[in-house]
Design a protein around this ligand. Structure first.
Ligand code: ATP
Ligand code: MG
Length: 179
């Protein structure tokens, strides 16, 4: 793993395949083009599992080791709805029925992180793919859709602020394996 003097800004996430990304764009684009706000780049689409925030090398390594201890089987996720966070003004895509496996993976990771003195967010988990920031004029109707996402890994992502906006770099991958 890379070493750094300054701190890392990190989060654990589900990272969609190119195909899933493309499907999200195809379904969301007609709506987004009618809305005001800042469109999130396709390459940045993800579902946050746990936001970590700013950590040292040592803390990062501990979280990485903890994440590696988590064993989990692959599962399916169906993206099939849009929604809006009123306060954050974020328009997103998500699953109407959150798979129990996703909640379990989230919880297992959170428990594993206690070995690193990291306190996971205790608010209810609300998995989503952010699509638009500073969203206004939210569409009330849309065509039904389903995007099937086969989840067979989760990743550790570094969030880097650049002049062109935020850049997410996948720095570790954790495959999910059938027993
Ligand atoms: P920026 O903050 O530079 O505008 P960003 O919000 O996309 O860009 P980060 O703040 O690094 O980038 O967030 C990375 C991911 O973690 C995003 O999915 C974001 O929604 C989520 N996230 C950020 N802060 C929190 C938090 N306090 N609690 C839960 N999730 C968070
Ligand atoms: Mg942020």
């Amino acid at each position: 793993m890379a070493v750094k003097d300054e701190k890392w800004r990190l989060f654990f996430a589900l990272w969609p395949s190119a195909k899933v990304r493309q499907s999200i764009v195809e379904i969301a684009d007609p709506l987004l083009s009618e809305m005001e706000g800042r469109i999130i780049a396709q390459k940045n689409f993800h579902i946050t599992l746990h936001f970590i925030g700013s950590v040292t090398d040592e803390e990062k390594n501990c979280l990485h080791r903890a994440a590696r201890t988590v064993t989990f089987e692959p599962f399916g996720l169906s993206l099939d709805c849009f929604g809006f966070f009123d306060k954050a003004k974020i328009f997103w895509m998500a699953a109407q029925t959150i798979p129990a496996e996703l909640e379990q993976l989230h919880d297992k990771l959170g428990t594993a992180f206690s070995a690193c003195d990291f306190q996971p967010d205790i608010r209810p988990y609300s998995p989503h793919v952010s699509l638009l920031r500073k969203a206004r004029k939210i569409p009330v109707e849309y065509q039904p859709f389903t995007i099937n996402w086969h989840v067979d890994e989760f990743v550790l992502v570094e969030s880097v602020s650049t002049t062109g906006g935020v850049d997410y770099r996948v720095i570790e991958k954790y495959p999910l394996q059938n027993k």
